[in-house]
Write a protein of this length. Structure first.
Lengths: 110, 690
């Protein structure tokens, strides 16, 4: 798994690539924490190259969602492939996390 | 220990007694009222008594020193040196005092008496000196001995003790037999004098100190010899045999002094001649230490950087250089880095490029450039007029993980010995690095196995083997734990007379964490799913309780099936779990009401996101529920089995029983997975309504 982050104006853009298993979920979590320390705007996550996410990875998203929303910001994921999207859907996370097809749609929330 | 102290005391007492008796007897023999001196001295009876005391003195003095030597045979030679030197110093002092007394002090009583007293004292000093040297030299001769030397020494020591017997006669070197015997002793003493292995192990400074010490021994020896053999002869000849004890004619004195003399001279010469080679030997000793240090790192350190630093230090030390580097490439164990000594990074890169430019690929094999220059004969590196370079790849686990380079500011600065030695160091370091990796893997594997063991045993205890769901229900249960341990859970409970709850769940996480959550879930299940509980309340209650218990990154996906066998109704809640299926004849109904995993959201959100699904069943219908370990099984192409495939299998087949159903599903998943590993727990429950 690889994770990178960049700024889109005030907003933070995190890109996750590859597979998030139990071990790489820890790296992902640390990365999120770093970004959220300095983030002043909304948080967008580009999952265009995310092939698989384990329950540990889902847990990482869930745990930071609350924090972001408490700061009055949006947490938006976009670019999920069908399989990964269905993982979110079965668990019911699509009810609580905003999921969009692409960056443009994601930015509509900001 | 006690015995040897008693022996010490015994020998010293006997030696002292012998000398005292000898001296008293000597003095009595020289008393003024005893005349003529000549006749009585050579009177056999008195000679015999005198020689008994003298032999006794020789014997017990030597035995005392022999016992001392034996007591301290485990001590190192260095620890003995001070006592040897002290005794020697005392002997020298005493002899000097005796000489001063003889030459400068007026005899306080009759001259003959005085001279004999001094003579006997000199015999004491001489004997102690000889015994001291004899046994000290024994330690030196037998240092790193072989069988031959050991044997020859034993023979020689016996010969010396035998020569005490000859104290009873006065010998003369003019006599052929005496000369021949002494020559024999001398030859053996000569052989023993060249046993100098101990010299090689001294550093240069230690050799210089040893030369001084041996010079002092030699000086003392010369003084004693001069006195005994020349002065006593003089007195003996000129003054009509004034001296009662004529040690110059005692074979024991001759033989022991010969040995001590030979060994002293030999030591001094060999020490002097070995001075120039000291540095080479010290270097070899240092190389040995370096090797030991590297091997020790194998056992003691878990730090790969320490291993590399030790390697570089060892190579620089052995090649007498102060410039070198180790370059490591990026790998599992290392970040890309240089460890440098005495060189700038730019210089290192320059040297490496130069080597490659000369067609010497140091990634593949060791390369040695005896004379590295830039174009037009300019120095390659500033400050080095000439440069020889050795670069060697570092290989671990069949991969080139880096390289080590050593430079010297002289042409052809590395000889074959050094090249071979550095080769050994690098191999040793590579082995150490490989072992570190293996050790890590072994530890991780151990940890993994231990975790697996714990988790399996916990699950064994938590998961029930049966599912009593009421009358007219036939069920088949299949649950398989993978090596990587997921968190599948299932259970059942009776809620009311006709209603049973079947629950299937998947706890997030893996290993011991998942096993722990499972045990929490079981506790909650049996606390909440009790007779009289309201089915519509249960999912929310589970959600709230798990919300408190679980960490904010954990959740549980669960499906609830409240089966009313009287009404033939299933009330179903799908809390984040995979959709289940109800097969009614040839038609397959996907049970996929809205829902969210447990422990994710608070009460009010949970209620709004959770929908109930109520379905009626009849005899011959099948209910299939499973965990995502089934649908997420991958084949060798990386494809997932998938929910759709599950649905298709159900739709396309007719089943005779729940066992048939589960068997079918199981087979299909196994065939699909093929040889790929099962990465998650797989559970499926098939129910046939009768």
């Amino acid at each position: 798994m690889e994770v990178t982050s960049s700024k889109l104006g005030d907003h933070s853009l995190i890109k996750v690539l590859g597979e998030v298993d139990a071990l790489s979920a820890i790296t992902l979590d640390n990365h999120f924490k770093e970004v959220l320390k300095t983030s002043k705007g909304h948080v967008l996550v580009d999952c265009g190259d995310l092939k698989y996410i384990s329950s540990a990875g889902l847990g990482v998203f869930m745990s930071h969602l609350k924090e972001i929303e408490n700061n009055g910001h949006q947490f938006v994921i976009f670019g999920l492939n069908q399989e990964v999207y269905s993982t979110f859907e079965i668990l019911g996370l699509h009810h609580i996390i905003k999921i969009e097809k692409n960056l443009t749609d994601a930015l509509k929330h900001c | 220990m006690k015995r040897s102290i008693r022996l010490d005391a015994l020998y010293i007492t006997l030696a002292t007694a012998s000398w005292l008796l000898l001296t008293v007897y000597t003095l009595q023999l020289t008393a003024p009222n005893w005349a003529p001196v000549l006749d009585n001295v050579f009177s056999t009876g008195k000679v015999f008594v005198k020689n008994i005391f003298l032999s006794g003195f020789f014997l017990f003095t030597f035995l005392f020193f022999k016992n001392q030597n034996k007591k301290r045979s485990k001590n190192s030679i260095e620890s003995l040196i001070w006592s040897v030197i002290t005794i020697n110093a005392i002997c020298l002092f005493l002899h000097a005092t005796l000489r001063a007394l003889e030459y400068f002090v007026e005899s306080p009583f009759e001259l003959t008496l005085w001279l004999n007293l001094i003579n006997n004292s000199n015999i004491l000093v001489g004997t102690v000196f000889c015994a001291n040297c004899f046994y000290f030299f024994k330690r030196l001769i037998l240092y790193q001995k072989n069988q031959t030397v050991d044997y020859v020494w034993k023979v020689f020591e016996h010969m010396i003790y035998i020569s005490i017997v000859f104290t009873f006669i006065n010998v003369n070197l003019d006599q052929f037999l005496t000369f021949f015997s002494l020559a024999l002793y001398a030859v053996i003493a000569l052989f023993l004098s060249i046993q100098m292995k101990w010299v090689a192990f001294l550093s240069r400074n230690e050799k210089l100190t040893a030369i001084v010490r041996f010079a002092v021994f030699f000086f003392t020896l010369c003084l004693l010899l001069q006195h005994i053999f020349f002065e006593s002869l003089r007195y003996g000849d000129e003054a009509d045999h004034l001296l009662v004890i004529d040690s110059a004619h005692k074979f024991f004195a001759l033989s022991t002094f010969t040995f001590v003399l030979f060994y002293c001279i030999s030591s001094i010469l060999i020490l002097i001649f070995n001075l120039p080679t000291s540095s080479a030997f010290e270097q070899k000793l240092q190389d040995n230490k370096n090797f030991k240090k590297l091997s020790q790192k194998l056992v003691t350190t878990g730090n790969n950087d320490h291993i590399l630093k030790t390697l570089l230090d060892a190579c620089l030390s052995s090649s007498i250089s102060t410039e070198g580097w180790i370059e490591m490439f990026k790998s599992d164990a290392f970040k890309a880095k240089y460890i440098r000594e005495g060189l700038k990074k730019a210089d290192i890169v320059k040297i490496q490029h130069y080597a490659l430019g000369q067609g010497q690929n140091y990634h593949l094999k060791k390369i040695y450039l005896p004379s590295a220059e830039a174009h037009n004969q300019e120095p390659l590196i500033e400050g080095f007029d000439s440069l020889s370079v050795l670069i060697q790849p570092i290989i671990a686990n069949h991969c080139v993980i880096g390289n080590i380079g050593i430079t010297r500011g002289i042409e052809d600065g590395f000889d074959n010995d050094i090249l071979e030695l550095i080769d050994s160091y690098v191999s040793q370091a590579s082995l150490t690095l490989e072992n570190q990796t293996l050790l890590q893997k072994a530890l991780e594997h151990e940890r993994f196995l231990e975790e697996k063991k714990i988790a399996h045993s916990v699950k064994e205890k938590l998961l029930r083997k049966d599912l009593p769901l009421g009358p007219n229900i036939e069920y088949t249960l299949f649950s398989d734990s993978s090596d990587h341990v997921g968190g599948d859970y299932y259970d059942c409970a009776q809620i009311s007379e006709n209603v049973h709850l079947l629950a299937i769940a998947d706890v997030s996480g893996h290993g011991t964490g998942a096993a722990f959550h499972m045990s929490q879930l079981k506790g909650i299940f049996h606390a909440l799913a009790v007779p009289g509980s309201k089915s519509s309340d249960l999912p929310a209650l589970f959600n709230r309780t798990l919300g408190y218990c679980l960490e904010k990154t954990s959740f549980v996906s669960m499906s609830f099936f409240f089966i009313d066998t009287a009404q033939q109704v299933i009330t179903h809640y799908r809390c984040g779990h995979n959709p289940s299926f109800l097969k009614k004849g040839d038609h397959v109904l996907k049970l996929n009401p809205r829902g969210i995993g447990l422990g994710i959201v608070k009460d009010q959100d949970f209620d709004s996101l959770t929908q109930v699904e109520i379905v009626h069943y009849q005899a011959g219908d099948y209910l299939l529920c499973y965990t995502d370990g089934m649908t997420e099984s991958v084949n060798s192409m990386g494809e997932h089995f998938g929910i759709d495939r599950m649905e298709q299998i159900l739709a396309a087949n007719r089943f005779k029983s729940s066992k048939d159903l589960i068997g079918h599903i199981k087979k299909s998943v196994e065939v699909f997975r093929g040889v790929s590993e099962n990465l998650d727990d797989t559970t499926c429950i098939g129910i046939k309504f009768l």
